[in-house]
Design a protein. Structure first.
Length: 344
């Protein structure tokens, strides 16, 4: 049978297919299997191992990995606690699980349904897990490669403009002759965000899926920090002057909230940039950040598409407001340079 491999399974070369444990193995995040598409829904394509969007049809076979997903404008989904007759495609990068809730905009759209064909196993018969597969897990130490300046892009919610802001920052820094790296630290597997920042001019990009994570949602705190250190180490050979880091979703999301309150993580960060969708989320977000002793270098995001919203925020906020063109110009790069931060 022809198997369409998703991007999260790109490193899987040699394997055997085990159909005997479908009803007995209890999957965990990262466990790989081959699935047959039963009914098409939200996802009519997946991102393939070479990053191309691959059309899928009922009856097709795909290789994906079980994962959890937290996406307020898409699906909330989880690795099932027990084997099931059907599973859902949670994300186009190959994340498979069971949908628990979805945004109301998807009320008439069901997830694409797949059935288990068999688990992907190694030569010993063990189910292959993508997380850390043939990769080195480096214990968190807060060591920053090349003593680079680290800029953290956070937002009020999903789709608030974090990636666009990060890409504009990378472009502005490149215009000033700096060597720039980008890291998408948390989220659900798909390369569109890192690809966008690369197109903006970043010299090198990476994300959590490079170390085999189909998603970072519900990752243990220690493992999350080790993932961060391992991604920093991956960038070390590039000797960047700046590393722009994006963490997914909004300030209140589980992993994002933990990282912002983590003295260990925040001790590596030089500047925080905050993106939001409207004026009220700008003020509330600044208040949330101030309570944990974080002051953004500037604020940006979707609200800066409106001159009136920019005016509202500027009149009531002491923090610089920059639109994407101002950020890309590089004329405000000085706002990004400060001493490292320490969270309360």
């Amino acid at each position: 049978m022809r198997i369409k491999k998703t991007i999260i399974t790109k490193d899987i070369k040699d394997y055997t297919l085990n159909e005997e444990i479908n009803d007995t193995h209890h999957p965990i995040s990262g466990d790989i299997a081959i699935f047959q598409v039963i009914t098409l829904g939200k996802h009519e394509s997946v991102q393939g191992e070479e990053k191309r969007n691959i059309a899928i049809f009922e009856g097709d076979f795909i290789m994906g990995a079980f994962a959890n997903r937290y996406a307020t404008s898409q699906f909330e989904g989880y690795v099932p606690v027990e084997p099931l007759p059907l599973y859902d495609i949670l994300a186009a990068g190959g994340a498979i699980g069971v949908v628990k809730s979805k945004n109301y905009s998807l009320k008439d759209i069901e997830p694409t349904k797949v059935r288990m064909v068999g688990y992907v196993c190694d030569e010993r018969g063990k189910v292959i897990n993508t997380r850390w597969y043939k990769k080195s897990r480096i214990q968190f130490s807060a060591v920053v490669p090349n003593n680079a300046k680290l800029i953290l892009s956070v937002g009020s919610t999903m789709d608030s403009g974090k990636t666009t802001t990060a890409g504009c920052v990378a472009r502005g820094l490149k215009l000033s002759g700096k060597r720039v790296a980008f890291m998408k630290f948390t989220g659900t597997v798909h390369t569109k965000d890192r690809d966008f920042v690369y197109d903006c001019g970043a010299d090198v990009v990476t994300d959590f899926s490079d170390l085999g994570f189909p998603s970072t949602y519900l990752t243990e705190k220690e493992e999350l920090l080790d993932l961060y250190q391992s991604l920093l180490a991956k960038l070390s050979t590039e000797q960047p002057d700046f590393i722009v880091i994006e963490i997914a979703d909004g300030l209140l999301q589980l992993e994002t909230n933990f990282l912002l309150k983590s003295a260990e993580f925040m001790s590596t960060i030089n500047s925080v940039i905050f993106s939001c969708g409207d004026s009220l989320s700008a003020f509330q977000g600044i208040e949330v950040l101030n309570k944990i002793h974080i002051t953004p270098a500037f604020i940006s995001g979707r609200f800066t598409m409106s001159p009136l919203l920019i005016q509202e925020v500027q009149e009531h906020c002491g923090i610089p407001v920059l639109d994407m063109f101002q950020i890309m110009s590089g004329e405000h790069n000085h706002l990004l340079i400060s001493s490292r931060m320490v969270a309360a």
